[in-house]
Design a protein around this ligand. Structure first.
Ligand SMILES: CC(C)(COP(=O)(O)OP(=O)(O)OC[C@H]1O[C@@H](n2cnc3c(N)ncnc32)[C@H](O)[C@@H]1OP(=O)(O)O)[C@@H](O)C(=O)NCCC(=O)NCCS
Length: 371
């Protein structure tokens, strides 16, 4: 069995940032217009009036201050309330693959080795742009990589599931090095007219290269990976290829992201805290001695609670990395952005944890040690 090492990461940040104030301004204009247009029906009790959103609520409840998106004009236009991303012809790289390639190129450059060393590409993300051909194969072709490639989707936990899959390929000799990418256009599945969730997501792409230990120059030894799933309807998106066969469901809001945020919070925090503690104990890692936590980025209060439980104290500033203030929830990419942005100061032998959690429910823990 060969050990796997994370040898490089990459990050593609979309060009446009949308602040809470900008988002709420569009939302509240939408609400005013909706309520005015439906005034009679609202007065008759046939339609429920919509309530306004507020930047103060968003920041306090989630920790999110802004998010990056691939298209801003549509999102902040109260007449549109969704990103506008024109369809590309089939002979042009698709937008999701393009984002992944940008992140991957950065990782490959940092790694400093030729792509001929990579034997597999995994595209692990919440939403694939199409059913097939696989996004991963398009990324593979754009980068000139040989071997095999495939897509996998475990929602917000896709990246840790992808890391484990890559580490297992390396362990069994299926590939010497694996590229794992997480392109996320979360704005595409977000209902910008839904007060409960219109602020939650942002767009981004991350990339991770894992390599077999004996040939890796530097990096992060993967000490252990663990995955867990437990079925829940509390985060759900019913978009799918059967939608067109069910005319009664056409246009329903559950074809986009929906969640019972409070229940998710209550159920996922203990599940993930316990999983981290058990995994750490099983591989002989003292969780209170971890130098850093790179947790999934959905809610700052959730991360603070998990951080306190894992470390057994209030985390020092910077120990529990938070990037959701500027990126919002970027689904599978969140913990990887955190890892990518805050690991330069590690000395050899120091240990940290990459951890994801989200829809499914699904959770993944990856303990890493600097070589
Ligand atoms: C989504 C989330 C930020 C909402 O925060 P919350 O504190 O649970 O908020 P609630 O939905 O319970 O709403 C609290 C109050 O704020 C109000 N509210 C909801 N959205 C609002 C908005 N946009 N602006 C102003 N007020 C709002 C509600 O109406 C409610 O009012 P009430 O107390 O008078 O009934 C939070 O639950 C969360 O992040 N949960 C975890 C989600 C998660 O990790 N998901 C994984 C996704 S991959």
């Amino acid at each position: 069995m060969h050990k796997a090492v994370i040898v490089a990461t990459g990050l593609f940040t979309p060009p446009f940032s949308v602040s809470n104030t900008e988002l709420v301004e569009a939302f509240n204009t939408y609400v005013e217009r909706f309520n005015a247009a439906n005034a009679e029906a609202i007065a008759a009790g046939e339609v429920t009036a919509l309530a306004p959103s507020s930047p103060e609520f968003i920041e306090k409840a989630s920790g999110i201050k802004a998010r990056y998106v691939m298209n801003k004009t549509g999102i902040v236009d109260p007449q549109v309330m969704r990103p506008i991303l024109p369809e590309r012809p089939n002979d042009q790289i698709s937008i999701l693959a393009e984002m992944a390639v940008e992140a991957a190129r950065q990782a490959i450059e940092r790694w400093g080795k030729p792509v001929s060393e990579i034997g597999a590409v995994i595209c692990a993300a919440s939403n694939m742009q199409r059913a097939y051909p696989a996004m991963a194969i398009e990324v593979q072709q754009a980068l000139g990589i040989e071997g095999f490639a495939f897509d996998m989707n475990v929602a917000c936990s896709s990246a840790t599931f992808g890391i484990k899959t890559a580490a297992d390929f390396i362990a069994t000799g299926s590939a010497k090095a694996v590229l794992m990418v997480n392109p996320e256009i979360c704005s595409g599945h977000l209902n910008f007219t839904d007060r409960d969730s219109h602020f939650i997501f942002g767009d981004v792409a991350t990339a991770v290269i894992l390599e077999e230990e004996s040939q890796a120059k530097d990096g992060w030894e993967v000490l252990g990976t663990r995955l867990k799933t437990e079925f829940s309807n509390n985060i759900r998106n019913n978009f799918g290829f059967l939608n067109r066969t069910a005319p009664e469901g056409e246009g329903a809001r559950d074809k986009l992201f929906v969640q019972e945020g409070r229940k998710v919070f209550r159920e996922v925090v203990p599940m993930v805290s316990q999983m981290i503690a058990e995994h750490a104990a099983d591989i002989g890692v003292d969780p209170t001695a971890l130098k850093r936590l790179w947790l999934h980025q959905a809610n700052i209060n959730m991360n603070e609670m998990i951080g306190r439980k894992v470390l057994g104290r209030d985390p020092e500033p910077g120990e529990n990395v938070i990037i959701l203030d500027t990126y919002a929830n970027t689904s599978s990419a969140g913990s990887i952005i955190a890892f990518h942005s805050a690991n330069d100061d590690f000395a050899a032998g120091e240990t940290g944890l990459i951890c994801s959690f989200g829809a499914g429910y699904s959770a993944g823990t990856v303990f890493v040690r600097k070589r």
